[in-house]
Design a protein around this ligand. Sequence first.
Ligand code: ADP
Ligand code: MG
Length: 250
Amino acid sequence: MIEVHDLHRHFGGFRAVDGASLQIRTGSITGLIGPNGAGKSTLFNVIAGVLPPTSGRVLMDGEDITGLPPHELFHKGLLRTFQMAHEFSSMSVRENLMMVPPGQSGESLWNTWFGRKRIADQERALRARADEVLDFLTISHVAEEKAGNLSGGQKKLLELGRCMMVEAKIVFLDEVGAGVNRTLLGTIADAIIRLNKERGYTFCVIEHDMDFIGKLCDPVIVMAEGKVLAQGSAAHIMENEAVIEAYLGR
Ligand code: ADP
Ligand code: MG
């Protein structure tokens, strides 16, 4: 689904991404690991149109998407999760889901402005969908809670939930498990697996927790110093000398 060719992103003279090439297979849950400062988040930001590349190309389903802005990528079904914006924290969890930008490719719930009944119908549909998502994520009990009051893990689930309100093809998750307790990490993993199996979402996941990566991801791509160091199954990666060096050598 995604091909990255010889991608560079420099900051002044510093090469945060330094000639990375990789592929993300349709239907996979691909892991992206590497030491702090390896360039993982920068790579995500370039793929997701948040940062322009210094050079190199990104293709999605064979189409050149290099440097397209996030809203255009969103319409193509490419999503990157972000931490919840401040202004959303005083809204309820359900309202947060209902605020997701209108759908893609003519499917927009907001397309038709004819008559109040129509709008009321659409709002009802949106609400029903939000409730389905909350149920899927096992957080129905906090539907009315202010999003700002959620635990770290519940906020991560809400981020995933916002991806589920639209028809995503590929979702990029940056450190989805950071600061999340074991139980919720399991719920997040289950949600990712179900979205992958039942809805056909492809994922690319940055995560430090190797248990999580090992259970979820195949293949796993290892970055270090802006480059792709290795790629393979989690078990294969753990035995790779260069990978061990990159982690333990600093
Ligand atoms: P990772 O996500 O793998 O920990 P990052 O992509 O966040 O790594 O960062 C890679 C390197 O690029 C780091 O050394 C970081 O300090 C640097 N970097 C990231 N963003 C910027 C920026 N906006 N300006 C300057 N340096 C940056
Ligand atoms: Mg990072």
